[in-house]
Design a protein around this ligand. Structure first.
Ligand code: GAP
Length: 528
């Protein structure tokens, strides 16, 4: 079963080092996160899968990696200086600030309805380029990667001799000064986007919009997100971005959050190339653009058939890497009871949980919303026992739980049981798993086993594009559990028989079944 709460994922990411709060030792920075050793592997694999599907496996795409800093005029003519705003309100009572469209007229901090009128807040981060901070050195950190593609349209066209339709793909950082970053990786201030700008002949954009919708849904399925877990939202005209004629938002059913946008597929007309072009009056643009007196280029395409210069229309599939990462984790996440614990030990945990919840209910140290959140989660776990036992770890990691003395007793009762009878497993697609293969010696103090296991790890790793690790830091059962929790599809054990006949066991993460095969065949067995 996929994750049911966002906290399960936050807890896993913290426990296993997928994601860390940025600059944590100084108290962190709101809405900014760092990728840990496993997070960076999973993230890179997601990006590689996207790049493979959208650049290598198609014959109509080129790649690009444009700079984050761009001439300020880019953002004037893209429309972002004027329109990249969110509605900001202040709570007059507690002085907190909120995005008006996220709070339904009531301050989430103190409950007051004494709010200011919404006013536009531009979300672009500002900086200065060079030693003197003045009007000439002023620059923005890009809020989307897309504009780097549009301003390079002429360069790519001239150097790649592409014909329409063709696209340019880019993956890179984007920055938005979100008023209220929240929900872990979902809404942050620094994130990565995977964007495609696909250029088509005017008049063919609707057909291509539909084709990209189908292609993108197929990719989401290929990374483990079933079609039925994504809803397509046809964005109504009054919600469309300033450049869009029509947008399909792909909404993933996130735990705790429900259906939220993971990717937008916009039909951007000739707005962007038109906006960044000079001599606009000669280009027969359909989009309304601001007059451009600064650009040195006409971003047009010479159509050999009609012998005319045309401004291509654009289809833009744009996905956030962090939101994709969260969706992949949520979908892959599973807590399984491997065998049923003895009834009396379940009873002891139930009693400890009851006592903990009673103490939470009586606590005067906890703020009401913290207490209610703990009680709500605790009751849900209580009702689902024993299957929900692993969620006790997440409960005890929730804000306020550390202030309840009986939490220690609950942890003491539950931990051993969780370790012995349950496993958390990430059913990640093998091509996304941070580690594809883990190799263990049956005994870590046996020279022959260790040497063979280390050797095998090196052999599997050499020349492969996935990660293979060696581990001997625990008993085999514990090592399996650790690899299950990070989604490693294959665990290879070198045992005494291996020393005699050169075979090893390969355990499958999902079925927990083992096969014995020659060590020399492991590389082929685990795939390319
Ligand atoms: N170039 C079009 C564009 O930027 P967008 O809908 O604003 O469109 C595209 O952003 C994707 O970027 C979103 O679908 C989402 O996945 C991701 N994204 C946007 N803002 C984000 C934020 N503050 N934190 C994390 N991801 C974000």
């Amino acid at each position: 079963m996929p994750a049911t709460t966002l906290d399960q994922l936050v807890s896993l990411c913290k426990r296993r080092g997928f994601v860390f709060p940025s600059s944590e030792i100084y108290g962190g920075l709101q809405g900014v996160f760092d990728w840990g050793p496993l997070g960076v592997e999973l993230k890179n694999n997601i990006i590689a899968s996207w790049w493979r599907a959208n650049v290598y496996e198609r014959d109509d795409m080129e790649g690009l990696d444009a700079a984050i800093l761009m001439n300020r005029l880019t953002w004037r003519y893209s429309g972002h200086e004027e329109t990249f705003n969110d509605p900001l309100v202040d709570c007059r009572d507690c002085k907190s600030r909120w995005r008006a469209d996220h709070i339904k007229g009531r301050c989430p901090n103190c409950g007051s309805t004494n709010l200011t009128e919404p006013r536009p807040f531009n979300m672009m981060f500002k900086t200065a380029v060079g030693p003197v901070a003045d009007a000439d050195s002023f620059a923005y950190l890009r809020p989307e990667t897309a504009q780097g593609i549009f301003v390079n349209f002429g360069n790519v066209l001239a150097t790649s001799s592409r014909k329409l339709p063709f696209g340019i793909a880019q993956v890179g950082k984007a920055f938005r000064n979100e008023i209220n970053p929240r929900n872990f990786l979902f809404r942050v201030r620094e994130f990565e986007q995977m964007e495609i700008e696909y250029f088509v002949m005017p008049g063919t954009e609707d057909e291509w919009h539909q084709r990209w919708l189908d292609d993108r849904l197929a990719w989401w399925e290929s990374i483990g997100i079933p079609r039925e877990r994504i809803r397509m939202y046809d964005v109504p005209p009054d919600e469309l971005a300033h450049y869009s004629k029509r947008t399909f938002d792909l909404m993933y059913n996130y735990p705790t959050l429900g259906y939220e946008e993971v990717e937008g597929i916009a039909s951007r007309t000739d707005y962007d190339l038109g906006s960044h072009s000079r001599d606009q009056e000669t280009l027969n643009l359909t989009a309304r653009t601001n007059p451009n007196r600064d650009s040195t280029a006409r971003l047009t395409y010479y159509d050999p058939e009609s012998k005319r210069h045309v401004v291509p229309f654009v289809i833009e599939p744009s996905a956030g890497v962090g939101r994709c990462f969260l969706a992949v984790l949520a979908e892959a996440y599973d807590e399984q009871m491997v065998k049923a614990p003895p009834a009396e030990r379940i009873g002891a945990v139930t009693d400890a949980l009851d006592a903990f919840l009673k103490s939470v209910g009586r606590s005067e140290k906890l703020a009401p919303e913290t207490r209610d959140a703990l009680l709500e989660r605790g009751q849900a776990i209580r009702e689902g026992l024993p299957e929900t036992m692993p969620q006790i770890e997440t409960l005890l990691a929730m804000p306020g739980a550390d202030q309840i003395e009986l939490g220690k007793k609950l942890r003491g009762q539950a931990q051993g049981l969780i370790d012995e009878y349950f496993r958390t497993v990430l059913h990640l697609k093998p091509h996304l798993a941070p580690v594809r293969v883990a190799v263990f010696p049956l005994k870590r103090n046996h020279e022959g086993l260790v040497a063979m296991a280390r050797d095998l790890r090196r052999t599997i790793q050499t020349g492969s594009s996935f990660r293979t690790v060696y581990d001997d830091t625990g008993a085999i059962g514990r090592l399996y559990r650790r690899q299950d929790e990070i989604g490693t599809p294959y665990c290879v054990t070198v045992d005494f028989q291996s020393l005699e006949d050169g075979t090893v066991t390969v355990r499958d993460r999902d079925t927990m079944q083992q096969v014995r095969i020659p060590a020399s065949e492991v590389r082929a067995y685990v795939g390319g």
